[in-house]
Design a protein around this ligand. Structure first.
Ligand SMILES: Cc1cc2nc3c(=O)[nH]c(=O)nc-3n(C[C@H](O)[C@H](O)[C@H](O)COP(=O)(O)O)c2cc1C
Length: 305
């Protein structure tokens, strides 16, 4: 059988399947089931800085005034009032996960201010997170904002978080960057240890009956894997930063393709929502491909296996 053990962000993982950030991991029982089914790590659902703002009523006021102070977050969150765990609950959940399972637990953060990102990063590190994934969303909504400005903001943020914690930091990117290799190289220079290709977001849709905007998020399909494979393959070999693929990984074949493209790990969310957590077990790449290890599978792409 192929040895699929791998290293991601300096963490030794028993295999290439990691559960990406999803509300499924809000349940401790689910996290145990993920480990039992063969996940080699779990990225917890994101802790959103806005939740605290919401608690303090500040965001409520902003929203009711219609100032749209958090346009990027509003694009992601369908209903802030329903939204997930508070910071204390999140940290407690993280501590419990760390006690309950042996696999690494990664915290996922989505901040709104640099101060918030740093504070949260320190908190989750203290609570025992093995690594931190930054769930970033750089969306230009203003005609005066340039791509370079957006990228620089992202780089400053990443450098600030990396400088504040000792645990490794990965950056989950959206697909809407022009020169992905240049950006990823600069993320590496800023201290990021991994890059996650690519997040999917709620998109505004229109309800023509109610005549209002309705955020929607559909589960992915395997066809969404293709651009991720493409970018991982382009990045592989150019940089030292670890590559993770998220988006469209639904089967053992998809996992193999991700590794072949150069990703250290492949992540799953939608497939687990659709088929259940135990689906992970069936996605371990058991097929005899003739390669000896995940590494030779990657190298095989370069015709030297
Ligand atoms: C219901 C749902 C909730 C999600 N919540 C988060 C989140 O809190 N933070 C995050 O970084 N990604 C979140 N994601 C994105 C997933 O982690 C993943 O990157 C994306 O869905 C692509 O992977 P997939 O094709 O396996 O679903 C969510 C996805 C789904 C389906």
């Amino acid at each position: 059988m192929i040895d699929f053990s791998t290293k991601y962000l300096g963490l030794k993982l028993k295999g290439p399947i990691v559960v990406s950030s999803t509300p499924l991991s809000e349940s401790l029982d689910n996290v145990r089931r993920m480990e039992d089914a063969g996940a080699s790590a779990v990225v917890l659902c994101s802790l959103f800085e806005e939740q605290l703002a919401l608690e303090s009523k500040a965001l409520d006021e902003d929203l009711s005034r219609g100032t749209e102070s958090f346009p990027e977050s509003l694009g992601y969150l369908p209903d802030l009032n329903d939204y997930r765990m508070t910071q204390d609950v999140y940290l407690e959940h993280l501590r419990r996960c760390k006690t309950a399972v042996d696999i690494p637990i990664l915290a996922s953060l989505n901040g709104a201010t640099t101060g918030g990102w740093i504070r949260y990063a320190k908190d989750v590190e203290e609570a025992g997170a093995d690594a931190i994934e930054l769930n970033t969303y750089a969306l230009a909504t203003n005609r005066s904002q340039t791509s370079a400005e957006l990228e620089n903001q992202l780089l400053e943020l990443v450098a600030a978080v990396v400088g504040a914690v000792k645990v490794p930091v990965a950056v989950k990117l959206s697909q809407s960057f022009t020169s992905v290799p240049n950006l990823v190289a600069r993320l590496e220079d800023a201290g990021a240890k991994g890059v996650v290709l690519f997040n999917r977001f709620y998109q505004p849709d229109f309800d023509i009956e109610l005549q209002e905007v309705r955020p929607t998020l559909h589960f992915s399909t395997p066809s969404e894997l293709l651009p991720r494979l493409h970018w991982a393959a382009i990045l592989y070999g150019q940089l030292k930063i670890d590559l993770a693929i998220t988006g469209g990984v639904h089967s053992a074949e998809d996992v193999l393709k991700g590794i072949m493209a150069g990703a250290g790990i492949t992540m799953m969310a939608s497939a687990l929502h659709i088929h259940g957590i135990e689906h992970i077990a069936g996605c371990w790449p058991m097929r005899n491909t003739g390669w000896r290890s995940a590494n030779t599978l990657r190298c095989g792409r370069r015709a030297d296996a």
